[in-house]
Design a protein around this ligand. Structure first.
Ligand SMILES: [Zn+2]
Length: 155
């Protein structure tokens, strides 16, 4: 008899997130900016599902939890780039790998939507997440600033 490994809800969500990013990339191609609201909306739904698994409520813990989710399942290496303003960076992004480097526009409204939703859901904020560097514009790292937090992270 085969022993089936238990798949956690979080792992399922990570897989769903990867499949969704890949599908969106195939559907919208190398120039997604005109459809950024769709990418953000889809990411929002997945992020709502993720935040249901998150019991943490403090800013530092929520950021840590989100980074752990991102880093554990091969979505990319998410880290804090600077604290004031909070800037998150993603290296080796699952979404950007491949043929999208330097296409001339930011490619990551999906991640903007995901990060915004996680923070807003858990902290009751209405933050604005904006991608300022992207592999799509020739940067080796995608970076996202977060405006509108009630306090700055300590981690
Ligand atoms: Zn990017």
């Amino acid at each position: 008899m085969k022993i089936k490994r238990a798949v956690t809800q979080e792992e399922e969500l990570a897989t769903a997130t990867k499949i969704t990013m890949k599908a969106l990339k195939e559907y919208f191609g190398l120039s997604p900016s005109a459809y950024s609201w769709i990418l953000k909306n889809v990411a929002t739904q997945l992020a709502h599902a993720f935040t249901k698994t998150v019991t943490e409520k403090e800013l530092d813990e929520v950021i840590q939890r989100m980074m752990t989710f991102w880093n554990t399942y091969g979505l990319g290496e998410m880290d804090i780039s600077s604290k004031e303003p909070l800037t998150l960076e993603i290296r080796n992004c699952f979404d950007c790998l491949g043929n999208r480097y330097g296409v001339g526009e930011p490619l990551c409204p999906f991640k903007e939507g995901f990060v915004k939703t996680v923070l807003d859901d858990k902290l009751g904020t209405n933050v604005e997440v904006k991608e300022i560097d992207c592999c799509g514009t020739g940067s080796p790292i995608c970076r996202f600033t977060v405006a509108g937090l009630l306090k700055q992270p300590q981690i």
